[in-house]
Ligand binder design. Structure first.
Ligand code: CIR
Length: 262
């Protein structure tokens, strides 16, 4: 079977808005600097291109401070985009704002029709499963309404619980190989990854868990040398990227692109 969970021909990104200074955050460590954020984002896009993706970059959307985190309003499975319903009030409109770009770039577009909520950051996909963590942004109603769409696209939906205090399921986990997840010790031992291999982030390096696998490369945030060494020793090709600005508004590597093949 092809590795549809990490082999991608394309990625869709959105430039960070200068209004990202108003982005949501659980605790305040200062505002991101829009110029530094733009540089960080440009390096991220370059890395996606070096990893073999054609990257389409959408203009910044100033009306949505968090719109650079394009993973949250949509999920792409087999080239079909599902327009989700983000769970933060200030982000709800991002779904409709993204629709024209999805219609232009994806093979097909399906609306998640629900009164509930689902954030893309709560979704981790393997080749045949969609793991969905319930969280403050994703609720049971959203999960139930997502199920027939996911199953119709040939995946099994597994609904789990994102531990409290964690923004998104993928804040603390990522798929780094078809059958291997990188996760924080807390999430690794939660039972969420039954049937998968799990590599735990090094002690004190929980934030390294929001990595992404893109073709041959594992993108890892800068500042987590023990986890980087561990992955390199295990044979992974690790590409280190600075996510300091994104982290000020609780963002990381996975949320700044929608990765897909067409
Ligand atoms: C938010 O709170 O929605 C944004 N400030 C950060 C979103 C990060 N998204 C993600 O990890 N999937």
């Amino acid at each position: 079977m092809e590795n549809r969970s990490f082999e991608f021909s394309h990625a869709l990104c959105r430039l960070p808005a200068t209004s990202v200074t108003d982005g949501l955050r659980a605790s305040d460590h200062g505002d991101p600097d829009p110029i530094a954020f733009a540089a960080e984002h440009a390096a991220y896009i370059s890395a996606l291109r070096l990893a073999g993706c054609v990257v389409n970059v959408l203009p910044a959307d100033e009306s949505f401070p968090d719109s650079v985190f394009i993973e949250d309003p949509a999920l792409v499975l087999n080239g079909t985009a599902i327009i989700l319903r983000p769970g933060a009030a200030s982000r709800l409109g991002e779904a409709a704002a993204l629709r024209p770009a999805l219609l232009e770039n994806m093979n097909d577009v399906i609306d998640l029709s629900t009164d509930g909520y689902v954030d893309g950051g709560d979704i981790l996909c393997t080749d045949d499963r969609v793991l969905l963590g319930l969280s403050a942004r994703t609720n049971l109603q959203g999960a139930q309404d997502l199920r027939p769409i996911v199953e119709g696209l040939g995946y099994k939906l597994v609904v789990l619980q994102t531990p409290p205090e964690i923004l998104h399921f993928k804040t603390e986990s990522s798929l780094i190989d078809a059958q291997t997840v990188l996760a924080t010790p807390a999430l690794a031992t939660s039972g969420a990854f039954n049937g998968l291999n799990v590599i735990e982030t090094a002690v004190g390096e929980d934030a390294a868990a929001n990595a992404i696998r893109v073709n041959a490369d594992v993108f890892l945030s800068a500042g987590y040398p023990k986890t980087a060494d561990m992955l390199e020793s295990a044979g992974y090709s690790v590409r280190i990227l600075n996510t300091r600005q994104a982290a000020l508004v609780d963002g990381g590597l996975s949320c700044m692109s929608l990765r897909y093949s067409r």
